[in-house]
Design a protein around this ligand. Structure first.
Ligand code: TXA
Ligand code: MG
Length: 354
């Protein structure tokens, strides 16, 4: 299959040429095809959320297990109502505060949404992205767009159109290239079907931000990691070893004054064994690791930068054939909670605490 690339100018408001490209991409989705597109979080692989065949094609293109439900993307509150049976009060408040934006909410689904889209669940996850190209694409398609992250299943999510090309060229109809995304980590997911909203996946809309709007937001205990090995996460995707680099990743967490020495010892041992070994670190730690086997994700104090760079750096290690990666742990409050959630999963919970 030929994959068409539509390259947007990156300027907003859109030029007539940009509009034409977005409308063409929207037409492909309306006719049952698959188009990858930018959002403020990561690139998504879009198809008509109301079309069971389109959802089946999304699973096939990604190599994704079909019990892992897709998020339906909308561009206005009016588009939400037909998809769901009711809007819970907490859902209304969170939507008013954080939509459009990097927040996905799980609602009881209506009969309009096929079970193929929701992986067999009677709930549907919905998000209203703020990225202007995404919003215009959804509006122009005239249907809600089902979109998982546009990576091959198990690879880090794509934060540029080039990442999407690496994974899906020849497997989908087109890619809308809107340049690098802003946030770099997938949206926060919160289940609003019960008495209290429950956090299923941390993201850029933090628990603290939601607390100020709806009070307490408990965390699905199953996403806390190996501490709860028998729990089944409510977001089925959280059970897979997602975001996984090909290399074996180890995190070293604890006293930051001792972390660099421990990392260097472990890395040197692998290098002695003849393994291609890299270190993922922050700018503050960079000077402890002389050599070209080091990749930086940004300053320790700037969570936004770390989130923005993390997946691209993990992909670079992959592309260069690294077998082992050692990384420091990062502060885990606010956006850091999402960063560490993804890193813990990428590491298969291989964590050395010192
Ligand atoms: O930022 C994002 O959310 C990106 C962009 C493209 O919007 N999308 C994304 O989709 O990350 P995906 O498919 O990679 O992750 C969706 C997650 C999965 O863990 C899935 O199990 C969960 O959402 N999910 C979807 N529908 C659900 C539902 N009805 N109940 C619980 N979890 C659900
Ligand atoms: Mg994904």
């Amino acid at each position: 299959m030929d994959t068409k690339i539509w390259k947007l100018s990156g300027k907003v408001p859109f030029s007539p040429e940009d509009r034409k490209m977005i409308e063409e991409a929207a037409g492909v989705i309306r006719e049952g095809g698959l188009v990858a597109f930018p959002t403020e979080t990561v690139y998504g692989l879009g198809g008509n959320a109301l079309d069971a065949d389109a959802s089946a094609r999304i699973y096939a293109a990604k190599g994704r297990p079909s019990d892992n439900p897709l998020i339906a993307h909308i561009s206005s509150m009016e588009e939400l109502i037909p998809l769901i049976r009711e809007v819970p009060e907490t859902g209304k408040k969170l939507a008013a505060a954080y939509w459009p934006g990097p927040l996905t909410m799980v609602f009881p689904k209506s009969g309009l949404v096929p079970l193929e889209t929701t992986g067999g669940l009677d709930t549907v996850a919905v998000r209203m992205p703020s990225d202007p190209a995404a919003a215009m694409l959804i509006r122009a398609a005239g249907v809600p767009i089902a979109a998982p992250s546009a990576n091959t299943s198990g690879r880090p999510s794509p934060t540029t159109a080039q990442h999407v090309m690496q994974d899906l060229m020849g497997k989908i109809d087109g890619i809308l290239d809107g340049g690098p995304v802003g946030i770099g980590l997938e949206s926060t997911i919160v289940d609003v079907t019960g008495e209290m909203p429950v956090l299923l996946r941390p993201g850029a809309i933090t628990v603290e931000m939601m607390n100020s709007v709806v009070g307490e937001v408990p965390v699905d205990p199953a996403i806390l990691g190996p501490a709860a090995p028998d729990l089944v996460p409510k977001a089925p995707g959280m059970k897979y070893r997602h975001y996984a680099p090909k290399a074996d990743l180890t995190l070293v967490e604890g006293d930051v004054t001792r972390v660099p020495a421990v990392i260097l010892d472990m890395a040197r041992e692998k290098i002695r064994e003849g393994k291609k070994t890299g270190i993922l670190c922050t700018e503050e730690m960079r000077h402890y690791f002389p050599g070209d086997f080091v990749k930086c994700v940004g300053r320790r104090s700037e969570e936004e930068t770390i989130a923005h760079n993390l997946y691209a750096v993990l992909r670079e290690f992959d592309d260069e054939g690294y077998e082992y990666i050692f990384s420091e742990g990062f502060p885990s409050d606010h956006l850091g909670r999402a960063i560490m959630n993804r890193l813990h999963k990428a590491a298969g919970y291989h964590i050395v605490k010192i």
